[in-house]
Ligand binder design. Structure first.
Ligand SMILES: Nc1nc2c(c(=O)[nH]1)N[C@H]1C(S)=C(S)[C@@H](COP(=O)(O)O)O[C@H]1N2
Ligand SMILES: [Mo]
Length: 561
């Protein structure tokens, strides 16, 4: 570099260096301005799409549509990874990921558009393709669901063209206008590329320049925010929160009171009943289905003598009972927290199916939900198993929207993906040979009884405990069988029987506690295992979540000080 300059004479070389630097800075500035234009066009696309989605339906907004389609297409191991590592934040992580990717591409598109507007428009077309494809793939989607993406991308294209013209106003000279030598203002002037002086190209027409670009950018920002904000406000009309707030649950046959001593009330130990707010949530939805009880119906069809359709008002008039049932997700890892226990209020599922008249040969109830989920449940488990409910209430309240308002299935003893259909709208009596449900299509077991599990809640993993008596406590469940014993071992030593809390029946988990006389300072491993009332002890063998639920003994490592 120095050698090259050295060959030139004083002023001339300085001028050419300044010229090169200026051109470079101008080019960089143009790219930056283009990137900003791309980001703003992207924001306008999302804002306008949100507004259009507010008129059509919340799932049709492109980010939601792309996200939900991504969920449906996600290979099972990736889904399990997301659930394990992001937990209930998996949805947030997905949306954040999509937005970051989108922002990156939008900036690239904008920068490319400065080179040639056609590149930018082609980039936008790719997005339109993705958004439309995703929206049309959603369960129950119609052509109308493509509108938000198309509207958003169309307005974004207009925004991009306008802003890019403001970045490089001297279009007539062939698109290099800003990157010309001799343009006024250099790196030292701090004016960057979009300088007021930049605008006169060979075409001669003085363009609006930097101020014009900033005004355009601000306008695009306002447009994006206004459209998005208005869309958000309008989207609220889909909310069923007020319907839910007005709902009064009818009187029901109450569950027997929980026996004294069911809840040991040990600090840190999972309470016997999980609060509605604290109850784990697992579903494939980025926006919660808003199902109005006023329009909800449940259809019962398939291999039945007479198809039925019941309204929510009819459901409220049916005999209702309360039942305590522990719900567990197949994605629950050993020691995990995807399990909860609630008092469910609902109508008897077997009674409903009997009303429709189940035909011989059927072995499956395929339930469908407002979010497009399908869940298959063995008919025998519903008809001859533990009390199965079409539930409308949870812990004395109408079902929370996140837990299936206005109605869901709850069947004791089966993992949620084969039993616990939220926002349920249809029950089809069929056979396992004829129809496969959502997760079964993705390789999960068609029939999935909940494994016997036990979990150590206290002490917490890696806790420091003083030497002396240490309370070790947790919960254990063996659905449809009941817990008969829980044992704890220290450092792979002998198994010590824990004291079991009073039982509330075989469909709910059971608390346990054992007092450890911790004498030796240092690291120790506590392990737990449960035995069901048939005498079967949970296996130590570690099985993965996929395809039918994890097995193995929970353990925690603690330090005695
Ligand atoms: N409509 C619908 N119902 C659904 C699901 C879903 O994605 N959509 N997920 C199922 C799964 S995998 C589980 S574990 C339970 C979880 O119920 P909860 O969110 O009320 O805890 O709901 C089940 N019912
Ligand atoms: Mo689940």
């Amino acid at each position: 570099m120095g050698a090259v300059i050295g060959k030139q004479d004083g002023h001339g070389s300085l001028r050419s260096v300044v010229g090169v630097l200026t051109a470079g800075a101008l080019a960089a500035g143009a790219l930056a301005a283009g990137a900003l234009a791309g980001l703003l066009a992207g924001a306008v696309a999302l804002g306008v799409a949100e507004l259009a989605a507010a008129l059509i339906g919340p799932d049709s907004a492109p980010v939601i549509a792309v996200g939900e389609t991504a969920i449906n297409l996600t290979p099972v191991p990736v889904k399990d990874f997301a659930i394990t590592h992001f937990g209930s934040h998996d949805k947030l992580a997905l949306i954040a990921g999509i937005l970051v990717l989108l922002a990156g591409f939008a900036a690239l598109i904008g920068a490319a558009a400065v080179r040639r507007i056609g590149y930018g428009l082609a980039g936008l077309a790719v997005f339109a393709g993705l958004g439309v494809t995703a929206a049309l793939r959603l369960p129950g989607a119609g052509l109308l669901d493509a509108v938000p993406t198309l509207a958003g991308v169309t307005v974004a294209a207009g925004t991009l063209v306008t802003l890019v013209r403001l970045v490089r106003p001297a279009e007539p000279c062939g698109g290099r206008a800003l990157v010309t030598d001799g343009v006024t203002g250099g790196p030292g002037t701090g004016r960057g590329l979009v300088t007021d002086g930049v605008t006169s190209g060979p075409g001669g027409a003085a363009g609006p320049g930097r101020r014009g670009f900033l005004a355009g950018a601000a306008g695009a920002g306002v447009l994006a925010a206004a459209a998005g904000g208005l869309g958000d406000v309008l989207l609220r009309r889909f909310s069923v929160a007020s319907s839910r707030a007005q709902l009064r649950l009818p009187a029901a046959v109450a569950a027997p009171p929980v026996p004294a001593g069911t809840d040991l009330r040990i600090p840190g130990l999972t309470p016997f009943f999980t609060s509605n707010a604290g109850f784990y949530r697992v579903d494939t939805d980025l926006v919660l289905p808003q199902v109005a009880p006023e329009t909800w119906t449940l259809r019962i069809d398939g291999m039945v003598d007479r198809e039925l359709e019941i309204s929510f008002a009819e459901l409220l008039r049916m005999p209702l009972t309360e039942t305590d049932i522990t719900l567990v997700c197949v994605s629950n890892q050993v020691g995990g927290t995807y399990a909860g226990n609630a008092r469910w209020l609902g109508a008897s599922l077997p009674a409903l199916l009997r009303r429709a008249g189940v035909r011989a040969g059927a072995d499956q109830v395929l339930s469908s939900a407002a979010d497009g989920m399908t869940i298959s449940t063995p008919l025998a488990t519903i008809m001859q198993g533990r009390p199965a409910l079409l539930a409308i209430g949870m812990n004395g309240e109408p079902l929370p929207v996140a837990h299936g308002f206005p109605a869901r299935m709850v069947v004791p003893g089966l993992y949620g993906y084969t039993s616990a259909t939220k926002w349920v709208t249809r029950l089809t009596v069929t056979t396992f040979a004829a129809q496969r449900a959502y997760w079964t299509q993705r390789g999960y077991a068609a029939v999935a009884p909940i494994h016997t599990e036990s979990r150590i809640d206290v002490p917490r993993p890696l806790a420091q405990v003083p030497a002396g008596p240490v309370t070790v406590a947790g919960v254990a469940w063996a659905p449809a069988t009941g817990i008969a014993a829980v044992e704890v071992s220290v450092d792979n030593g002998a198994w010590h029987p824990a004291r079991l809390a009073a039982t509330d029946g075989i469909d709910t988990w059971r608390q346990w506690v054992w007092t450890w006389d911790a004498a030796d300072p240092g690291l120790h491993t506590l392990q737990v295992r449960a035995t069901d009332s048939k005498g079967v002890t949970q296996p130590s063998r570690r099985a993965q979540v996929f395809p039918s639920g994890a097995t193995g003994w929970d353990s925690v490592v603690v330090t005695v000080t």
